[in-house]
Design a binder for this molecule. Sequence first.
Ligand SMILES: Nc1ncnc2c1ncn2[C@@H]1O[C@H](COP(=O)(O)OP(=O)(O)O)[C@@H](O)[C@H]1O
Ligand SMILES: [Mg+2]
Length: 261
Amino acid sequence: MSLLRLSQVSLQYGPAEGRDVPPVLQGINLDIRRGDFISVIGRSGSGKTSLLNLAAGFLSPNLGRIEIDGRPVTGPGAERAVVFQDDALFPWRRVEDNVALALKLAGVPREDRLVRAHRWLADVGLDGQGAKQVWELSGGQRQRVGIARALAAEPEFLLMDEPLGALDAMTRDQMHELLLRLWRQSHAGALLITHSVEEALFLSTAVVVLAPDPGRIVLHEEFGYGRRFLDGEDPRALKSEPGFIAARERLLSAIYQEEHA
Ligand SMILES: Nc1ncnc2c1ncn2[C@@H]1O[C@H](COP(=O)(O)OP(=O)(O)O)[C@@H](O)[C@H]1O
Ligand SMILES: [Mg+2]
């Protein structure tokens, strides 16, 4: 059982001395296990992207530790895949080559790469689209390629920064189902940054609320709606349950409490 652990993590951009700006993140404790689906929500500037960049190994903390199974994280690694806010695909490569490139980096032999890329594309609903150019795809399709590329390397952890932020509501709902299905199938631990409270609540095994200045965790609560959906319950019925609505209000007030205080 793999564990990505942030212990007492603080982050400050640039030299800290001589400045009275609060740290971007302070005293963050967060565990992500395989099989977890953890969403992080919070106001703009609360440090969500910084938190994901720390977990990905793109940034190092000023204080505290980031470890996988007790080993310090010192940079990016193949066991952690990232899906970016904008699709971050190579626009001059075909769809299948974007996925196959991730497999190349993961050390998959050449003859296997395209076969596996096509299988992943089929898994995200893009069967037969591999030979298309990236610019021929819609925004939702591009994000599917980004997810296929991330999962193709069979990571232990899937780190996503607002991957659905630019999509329309109907496409988002379809992507929720896809994400949950792929999450269960891959047994990865997911960390999702989102600005949608409802999305966080519906998908996650736990939701973390960050408050800004300094960025810190003000609420950490567990939920089971995504699992219930995967077990066959109707999403609209789940989202209109009194418990769901009350939880949404609780999360919203945790996000906005200090603004109104
Ligand atoms: N590379 C950077 N250099 C300096 N400050 C940064 C950098 N990236 C983010 N910040 C600052 O850190 C704070 C948190 O940013 P970010 O992690 O992007 O928050 P969020 O994703 O929640 O909007 C913001 O005040 C932002 O201006
Ligand atoms: Mg952000």
